[in-house]
Design a binder for this molecule. Structure first.
Ligand code: 3PG
Length: 210
């Protein structure tokens, strides 16, 4: 059964990885911390290999997706590697329609009201709001959510352990995305225990979600 965007969250770790051989340990560390998703970005050469490595591990309940998907080729390669959801930083009608045709969950990025309208026209009701902090954060999401009352926004960019719950407290925010629990440095330094600890710290606070 393919996952839908509704299944993703409430926190989506953004994984920027330089060595695919570390991907399995990253996913296991996240799962140990109670986070069962990873958006592995294609912004490094190791991205596709990392997606495949995580998919091949078949960690029960764990979902791996591809981020920074910028083209049809990226989309096809991500799906072939085993990605179960697709994230892009901006809005691309062609990419979105290809993903929807393929029956794969897609979370395209928007930054303006015009792009939200394009998303609605394309049949997408959940968008990534990127780069959230630079665009004004939660007050901007609240302003967009007023006219676009059926659209849901997943902030990404500058989301932290400190502000994530505030975002999640808004009815139009079903999930947040960020790299704070799995930084590039933690991965390259082999600090998998740190990934689990920071993930656990956050997931334990989700119960107190406003
Ligand atoms: C990104 O594109 O890197 C994501 O939006 C994550 O941003 P962050 O590193 O600020 O959490």
């Amino acid at each position: 059964m393919p996952i839908t965007v509704d299944d993703v969250g409430p926190v989506i770790p953004v994984v920027v990885i330089d060595e695919a051989s570390r991907a399995g340990d990253v996913a296991l560390a996240l799962a140990d911390g109670g986070i069962y998703f990873a958006e592995v970005t294609l912004r490094t050469d190791a991205g596709l290999g990392a997606i495949a490595a995580i998919a091949d591990l078949n960690i029960p309940g764990f979902t791996v997706g591809a981020g920074t998907v910028l083209s049809r080729d990226d989309l096809e390669r991500s799906l072939a590697a085993g990605a179960q959801f697709i994230v892009s930083p901006g809005f691309d009608d062609d990419l979105v329609s290809r993903a929807l045709d393929a029956g794969v969950a897609v979370l395209p990025g928007v930054a303006t009201a015009t792009e939200v309208q394009r998303a609605i026209a394309a049949g997408v009701d959940t968008v990534k709001f990127f780069p959230a902090d630079r665009l004004g954060g939660l007050p901007t999401i609240a302003a967009l959510a007023a006219p676009f009352r059926h659209t849901r926004f997943v902030p990404s960019g500058g989301v932290t352990a400190e502000n994530a719950l505030e975002y999640l407290g808004h009815a139009a925010v079903p999930a947040v995305s960020g790299s704070w629990m799995v930084t590039r440095e933690m991965i390259s330094g082999g600090d998998f225990a740190g990934i689990t600890r920071v993930s656990q710290e956050f997931t334990s606070r989700l119960g107190t979600r406003p």
